[in-house]
Design a protein around this ligand. Sequence first.
Ligand code: FAD
Length: 411
Amino acid sequence: MRPQDAELPVVIVGAGAAGLMAAIFAASGPRPVLLLEGTERPGQKILISGGGRCNVLPSRCLPSDFVSDGSPHLVAKILRAWPLDAVRRFFEEDLGVPLRLEAETGKLFPVADRARSVLDALLTAVSRRGVHLRLGARMTGLVQGDAWQVQLAGGETIAAGRVILATGGLSVPATGSDGAGLNVARALGHAMVDTYPALVPLTGSNPAHHALAGISLPVSLTAALPGDKRVFESRGGLLFTHRGYSGPAVLNMSHVAVRSTFVGGPRPPICVAWTTLDESAWDGKLRAARGLLLPVLRDYLPERLAVQLLEEAGLLRADASQLQRDERRRLVDLLTHYPLPWSGHEGYRVAEVTGGGVSLAEVNPASLQSRRAPGLYLCGEMLDAFGPIGGYNFLWGWVSGRIAGLAGNQE
Ligand SMILES: Cc1cc2nc3c(=O)[nH]c(=O)nc-3n(C[C@H](O)[C@H](O)[C@H](O)COP(=O)(O)OP(=O)(O)OC[C@H]3O[C@@H](n4cnc5c(N)ncnc54)[C@H](O)[C@@H]3O)c2cc1C
């Protein structure tokens, strides 16, 4: 390192979850740290997260919970760098944000139940550690020379010794993440996995289902991508909306649906099991039933959905004791393997995360330094990995931000 280089700052681009955490840890290194945020309001996604309560972390996490086209070993290695318990302790003890477990979901929220308390604690830590946070500083380009040149909207250029990109993905662009950082990474030669909206509600065009808007129930979903031997499963709430389907089970499965739209051909069915009863249990119940079927289904399903399923089976007014074998089989199928008639998705406007991004093979997992451009580090949602609903995506942001921050400001 030449003497003047040592004085150049580490410039972190993007003050979201990953960039704020990167700044906190970079601050312990020898170079000054400059955190650039394109909008006037840092951490906007933290503020809107978890319905304004911010689901900071999950209470348990397996690397296999994450979706990436990269090697599962890389995801695991990155996550292992800061184990979940240690991240939790950091929030509680270092940042002073006590967390509490929401037992039914396994999610950790701030005791204050306010996302603002999380963002304020991060911003306080950033400022106490001497990081200079500059708002309204939007990166438009990044040039590698003797030093890095970070180009800003308005024409200014900042020289940097190291650069950490933490500009997020493309989801909810109103929060400031519009993909500019991904374009910069691509222009520097990084291989990318095509981006797509993930954790996104699905749309459907069945008017009878729109009429069920507001009904939510626990379900189990299964689907497979064309040409992919894996079967994806997702359990949790399904919510009928005025335009289609949402709820954790649907959001967690949405990447399978969204990615299937990239390739031509038929859309893969997402099969719904509406209850925990399997085929033989339903078969037994229907065989034992007498009179109308609605009371039998109503014991397990919201009434309006039970009516809908019976109508679809053509059995709303059928007498259970008179059911033909094929009628019973048809109803059992609708109850246990219902093909959800989805037709599209709601897009980046509402997607909680962006799938795809900079390929994990393009970074050293121990430092998140780019393999293409030494001195450049990448973290957070711009990397090709995301987790399910439940605090996993902030976990990814905190852990990857810390790795990049620590490594990006070493001698
Ligand atoms: C509605 C909603 C609710 C969510 N709830 C949860 C939850 O409860 N728990 C959970 O774990 N995850 C949740 N997520 C996902 C989580 O918010 C993201 O995974 C996480 O914010 C990603 O962090 P990041 O720092 O990588 O990117 P971001 O949070 O998107 O931050 C990127 C930052 O970079 C800035 N930036 C972008 N481009 C530039 C540029 N060119 N120059 C300068 N600055 C730039 C942006 O303005 C932004 O501040 C939610 C997401 C949404 C949309």
